[in-house]
Design a protein around this ligand. Structure first.
Ligand code: TZP
Ligand code: MG
Length: 219
């Protein structure tokens, strides 16, 4: 279908950034309901990251669910960001696409999508930040894991708050912290100069999504 609304990147979107796919939920949880609850609680961005052995979606249902989630995000004027899948991002007219260092090269994603969506890049060390700084067309960096995470099996080594601060200082773009962030650590993440926190389990695993999102926005 035709794109009806495009939400452009603003650094403030990184403040309370929720990432979630079906692999991140318990069997009794529903992805659409969880995202709806997070949107009502005031998340500032949502990333659809549905992958791996734990995903319960098929290629067909993934597209349908992604479209539904994008519509819900847009009703709340929250950007809908797709992890790692240019084809899906184009089909659903995602506002943004997030790629890792090992995904399809960021240069080719910029060439394919740069006029249609903003681009986020995972950068977990000094070399990656410096290389990314030299590339035009990236909106923000995601850096971590700041703390140990149970949500990503092949996560890079933990960088800690000091590591995050170092990357923020080198970065020429806004940085969102990721990995193992809990409510207690939200102020410390912001004190590094990061624009916000991106989290899976802090929201997906919470019985008080309203409370944790409020804490993210107040940090
Ligand atoms: N990339 C680096 S750590 C991570 C991703 C996708 C997982 C973050 O999940 P959680 O549950 O907030 O630690
Ligand atoms: Mg990836």
């Amino acid at each position: 279908g035709r794109r009806t609304l495009m939400i452009s990147f603003e650094p403030s979107m990184l403040k309370a950034y929720f990432i979630c796919g079906t692999q991140d939920l318990r069997p009794d949880q529903d992805l659409v309901e969880t995202v709806q609850t997070a949107l009502r609680a005031g998340i500032t961005a949502y990333q659809f990251r549905d992958k791996g052995a734990g995903s319960t979606l098929t290629p067909e249902t993934r597209l349908t669910v992604a479209k539904r989630l994008k519509d819900l995000c847009h009703l709340a004027y929250v950007p809908f960001i797709v992890d790692d899948d240019v084809d899906l991002a184009k089909r659903v007219h995602a506002d943004g696409i997030h790629v890792g260092q090992s995904d399809e090269g960021v240069q080719s994603v910029i060439a394919e999508m740069g006029d249609q969506a903003f681009i986020g890049l995972s950068c977990s060390n000094e070399t990656e930040i410096k290389a990314a700084n030299a590339i035009e067309g990236i909106a923000y960096y995601g850096s971590g894991p700041v703390f140990p995470t149970g949500s990503k099996a092949d996560a890079d080594p933990v960088i800690g708050l000091a590591g995050l601060q170092h990357l923020v200082e080198l970065a020429t773009r806004p940085v969102v912290g990721i990995g193992g962030i809990t409510v207690d650590q939200l102020p410390a993440v912001i004190q590094t100069g990061a624009a916000g926190s991106s989290v899976i389990s802090m929201i997906a695993g919470s019985s008080d999504i309203g409370g944790v999102v409020k804490a993210m926005k107040e940090a």
